[in-house]
Design a protein around this ligand. Structure first.
Ligand code: ARG
Length: 290
């Protein structure tokens, strides 16, 4: 048994999804999402993840919380700990109690940030290997990441996001293996790009024209990367690196500023998170050094 843990994800059906406010440059009240099409796209994605072997927890959709579908923003999972999000915009703050009670029911220890700090979960904080890469400015605060790093005892590398279209880190950065990540350089400043190049052995660059179609917002299950259709160059690079690629349609969610990755929260640890494998070894009773 090489992989004792089933991939597990949290998702929320898009029953009440829609564009009801504008809190990022993609959202336009005048350009609503087609509910039927959103439903079809979500179900095709859900089905694909099940076929890839994922076990999926569903949180119940709630009228008046159109962005609850974006479960990546629920919080950050680290081992048995769930660091709850503190949304910057009031319109999303009603999601937090729902995500927190889900996490408690799931047996997580829930950590809450000190008052006044904003943090938008796995949308802005992604492990690649041992390191937590953390985006700040538009949604999460750099101080939140610092606090999380101290509480979890992990190294955090804060990255400033400089382009409002890429307002969450997961819109422009996607770790796909312990040593490999996709990124869109234009979303970072020179310092951020240098940090990424220095700390991640294999970086796969997304071109500007494909980054704007949310191609960096991908979900990785095993060696398969599920991402928005219309990114042939990135798909080719991923194939060349030994991944399989499953392009799907996410047009209705992109109108809200989200795509594949935002619609999921990995509960058992991302494929690229080193702690996931350390836990797996412990589960297998391997006590040797990790
Ligand atoms: N409309 C949502 C918002 O602006 C989209 C969230 C996308 N989530 C993400 N992890 N990038 O908050």
């Amino acid at each position: 048994m090489s992989q004792p843990l089933e991939p597990r994800l949290l998702m929320c059906p898009p029953d009440y999804f829609g564009i009801e406010y504008e809190i990022n440059p993609w959202m336009k009240l005048s350009r609503g999402a087609d509910a039927a099409r959103a439903g079809e796209q979500w179900r095709a994605f859900h089905q694909t993840l099940l076929e890839l072997g994922a076990e999926i927890d569903l949180i119940e959709p709630v009228h008046g919380l159109p962005d609850l579908v974006f479960t990546a923003n629920a919080g950050l999972v680290y081992q048995e700990v769930f660091v709850a999000s503190r949304f910057r915009h009031r319109v999303r703050q009603g999601e937090s109690p729902l995500f927190e009670s889900w996490a408690r029911a799931r047996g997580f220890e829930v950590l809450s940030l000190p008052h006044g700090l904003h943090f938008e979960g796995a949308g802005d904080a992604l492990f690649c290997g041992e390191v937590l890469f953390a985006g700040y400015r538009f949604r999460s605060d750099a101080r939140s990441h610092q606090w999380i790093g101290e509480r979890l005892g992990v190294e955090v590398l804060p990255l400033e996001l400089v382009d409002p279209r890429f307002y969450h880190l997961d819109t422009c950065f996607c770790p796909v293996a312990l040593d490999t990540a996709i990124y869109y350089p234009g979303a970072f400043d020179e310092y951020g790009r240098a940090v990424l190049r220095d700390r991640i052995p294999r970086l796969i660059e997304a071109a500007a024209d494909e980054a704007v179609s949310f191609s960096c917002n991908a979900v990785v299950v095993g060696h398969t990367v599920v991402l928005n259709e219309g990114a042939p160059k990135l798909a080719r690079s991923l194939l060349d690196c030994g991944f399989q690629v499953r392009p799907l349609a996410f047009s209705e969610f992109i109108k809200s500023g989200g795509s594949a990755k935002c619609l999921t929260l990995r509960i058992d640890g991302e494929e690229a998170a080193a702690w996931k494998y350390n836990e797996a070894r412990i589960a297998l009773g391997e006590t040797g050094g990790v």
